[in-house]
Design a protein around this ligand. Structure first.
Ligand code: ADP
Ligand code: TRP
Length: 329
């Protein structure tokens, strides 16, 4: 069984990415063969600075490794190192009508915001479906906001199988870990780079602390009882602290003499406990780009081998000849 996921190298990875996708994806490696990639082609849709994009691939790889992804058990690679993914996206594009593509979140968000999206943004769900279907994903760990894209991939797999034979593509399931699909940011909306409301995950402790201290709270005073479920600090805390600690914070918030400031400091401590060792590993990995490149290169080789198997089957079923040159290399 396989688990496949990707993340764009576009900006600083935050606590929402970590809790919503990175941590659950790594946890799956005990039960699944994992394919984890840096979605650099997807990132191109938003015109990143080339230097930032170049650095971003290694940074994302380092984050997954620092949090415990085992590159011996699964493939860690860059999307653009597997050109088969764009071949499959092309074929998938032939089985869906344009109206289906118009419903994609990325293109809708751009149009709703009065922007004219580039054609690659419109194409985005096809590339993402190809990422998923190429490696035969059984499950796709993502946060809530990517659910629709995975459902589009499911629809495409089903359409392909109806047209070209039932066992052509594995129909994937979305995997959203209970309670972490939508981690709140410092203003209470979904934590997102786009909202500038993030708590960085592997940044210097002082910056993490500053972001946590800026989490919005209401004006209930220290000596008044508070509702934990309405408190964004608590909502994040319960995803990182131990169950007994979570219960303790809830109890204290409901009582008196415990303010939001206390809760914030408890959250800073709980985060630091989980990220201190990964931060050290992350920094060591970034200082050793050759090792990162070796991991990404081995991952790409493994991913291409899996991709070639799917592409040969797809080419054969749709009536394209077997590839005449290049082979699996
Ligand atoms: P952003 O919204 O900051 O641009 P991305 O879209 O790059 O984040 O998301 C990368 C991964 O992290 C996706 O799987 C996404 O669903 C997940 N994710 C992002 N923000 C959150 C959040 N606030 N809560 C849970 N998961 C999240
Ligand atoms: N679109 C995803 C995001 O922005 C990244 C992504 C690309 C992805 N291909 C994927 C996620 C395939 C899961 C599976 O977060």
């Amino acid at each position: 069984m396989r688990a496949v996921t990707g993340i764009q190298p576009s900006g600083q990875v935050h606590v929402g990415n970590w809790l919503g996708m990175i941590r659950p994806a790594i946890a799956l490696q005990d039960r699944y063969e994992t394919f984890t990639f840096v979605a650099d082609w997807h990132a191109l849709t938003s015109h990143p600075d080339p230097d930032v994009l170049r650095r971003g691939s290694r940074e994302i790889a380092a984050i997954f490794l620092a949090f415990g992804l085992d590159p011996a058990r699964g493939a860690l690679f860059c999307q653009s190192d597997v050109p088969e993914v764009s071949e499959l996206a092309w074929v998938l594009g032939t089985v869906v009508p344009t109206g289906f593509m118009d419903r994609g979140h990325a293109v809708k968000a751009a149009r709703d915001g009065g922007r004219d999206p580039n054609a690659a943004t419109w194409w985005y769900p096809l590339l993402m479906a190809a990422d998923i279907l190429l490696y035969g994903a059984n499950v796709v760990p993502v946060g809530q906001d990517q659910k629709q894209h995975v459902e589009m991939a499911r629809d495409m797999a089903i359409k392909m199988n109806v047209r070209f034979g039932d066992d052509l593509l594995v129909v994937p399931e979305v995997s959203i870990r209970e309670g972490v699909g939508l981690v709140p940011g410092t203003d209470g909306r979904k934590m997102s780079k786009s909202y500038h409301n993030t708590v960085p995950v592997l940044d210097a402790p002082a910056r993490v602390r500053k972001a946590v201290l800026s989490i919005k709270t209401d004006s209930t005073g220290v000596d008044e009882p508070k509702d934990p479920d309405a408190c964004f600090v608590y909502q994040i805390y319960r995803l990182v602290a131990r169950p007994d600690e979570v219960e303790e914070m809830a109890r204290r918030l409901r009582g008196t003499g415990y303010g939001y400031g206390h809760a914030k400091l408890a959250l800073v401590d709980a985060l630091e406990r989980d990220v201190a060792a990964p931060r050290e590993r992350y920094e060591a990995l970034l200082a050793d780009p050759a090792t990162l490149d070796d991991v990404l290169s081995a991952g790409a080789t493994r991913a291409r081998a899996a991709a070639a198997v799917t592409m040969e089957r797809v080419r054969e079923r749709v009536g394209l000849h077997p590839r005449r040159s290049g082979g699996r290399g």
